[in-house]
Design a protein around this ligand. Structure first.
Ligand code: NAP
Length: 331
């Protein structure tokens, strides 16, 4: 007789496979629920005591859920927050809910490269090994805004800031290997072919949704390129997209989308789950260079989408990141 657990796993995988072709349920709560059926009980992260994980954008939405999931399993979490009051509140609430949690709060606007340098210095000044960095902070902007360094803000926050932070802590991650870097990207990147020349200052006719999706595509390209450099040195670099989760970011940036989809959106913990798993699970030890949704590797381009990035375009993206951050990261 067939093993009921194996049968259940096979059925849920088949269901999840079917859902993958139906974007709305796959990205929403039904896709999460279907795939979660086949996961192991502790997800390979029963205890994270002794681990130190840095999470950006940790005071709200997915970042807060990532921080909470890590803290409740015993990890020390470095909460990187842009707004001091919101950061302190998140730290206080997490400490109340998880009295044993070890938390460290850092203030940083990821779009401000000087602030990113200060953040990296503060992280490195603490001798505790760094096990993982989760690049989660992000926002979809309605209008084109330039940072004080003259960069389009979406690009600065999602691409230049995380590139610089990774570059500045990479030797520590190598020292502390095995270690991990996780990028929280978006399924929106499937709609875009990378146009590096539009990133630095934004396209002439600015569209916040396109700028956001371009930067999310750039994150996936950087992730793969970083993994080729860091993977052989023991630092695994991967990416995930959370599907569609009900967070303040979605409610504020996309109110119409939220109204239509809210009945089947995931909650923040479900959206955060794969980032937690990639950052901490023993099951995710071979995730380097790959994009995940719901703990499964995914294609980075849709079939027939004509979004593939030529190597020369990735070279240009890398060179742009080096130029705007002033941080050389040679091959
Ligand atoms: N929710 C979804 O369905 C979904 C789907 C695809 C991808 N994502 C990605 O998931 C990540 C988290 O999104 P979310 O839905 O959780 O959004 P959210 O609820 O708006 O939370 C975003 C977090 O990022 C922080 N942040 C924004 N800009 C920052 C900056 N310049 N410097 C430092 N921190 C900054 C925010 O801080 P403040 O409180 O100061 O604003 C907040 O803590 C983003 O990268 C987003 O693109 C989300």
């Amino acid at each position: 007789m067939a093993n009921p657990r194996a049968l259940n796993g096979a059925l849920s995988r088949a269901l999840a496979g079917t859902l993958d072709w139906m974007v709305a349920p796959a990205f929403g709560a039904p896709g999460f629920a279907a795939r979660a059926q086949s996961w192991s009980e502790d997800g390979g992260m029963a205890s994270l005591t002794g681990r130190r994980i840095v999470v950006t954008g940790a005071n709200a939405g997915l970042g807060r859920a990532i921080a909470e999931a890590l803290a409740q399993r015993g990890a020390r979490v470095d909460l990187v927050c842009r707004n001091p009051a919101r950061g302190e509140r998140a730290e206080r609430e997490l400490a109340q809910d998880h009295p044993a949690a070890e938390l460290a709060l850092h203030r940083c606007d990821l779009g401000d490269l000087e602030a990113v340098r200060e953040l990296a210095a503060a992280l490195l000044a603490d001798p505790a090994p760094i096990d993982a960095v989760v690049h989660n902070a992000g926002a979809l902007l309605a209008e084109r805004q330039l940072t004080r360094e003259g960069l389009e803000t979406t690009f600065a926050v999602h691409v230049a800031g995380p590139f610089l932070l990774t570059a500045l802590v990479r030797e520590r991650l190598v020292r502390d290997a095995p270690s991990r870097v996780v990028w929280v990207t978006s399924g929106g990147m499937y709609t875009q072919r990378l146009r590096t020349n539009e990133l630095r200052q934004g396209a002439e006719t600015f569209d916040g949704v396109v700028a956001y999706a371009q930067c999310k595509r750039a994150q996936v390209e950087l992730m793969q390129r970083m993994h080729t450099r860091l993977g052989p040195r023991g630092v695994q670099v991967s990416a995930m997209h959370p599907g569609w989760a009900d967070t303040g970011g979605v409610r504020e940036a996309l109110p119409g989308f939220h109204r239509v989809t809210r009945s089947f959106l995931r909650n923040a913990a479900q959206g955060a789950d794969t980032a937690v798993w990639l950052a901490a699970s023993t099951e995710a030890a071979a995730a380097g260079g790959l994009l995940f949704l719901d703990r499964l590797p995914r294609r980075t381009h849709l079939p027939l989408a004509r979004t593939h990035t030529p190597a020369a375009e990735v070279d240009a993206l890398w060179a742009l990141c080096e130029r705007v951050t002033g941080e050389r990261w040679p091959t």
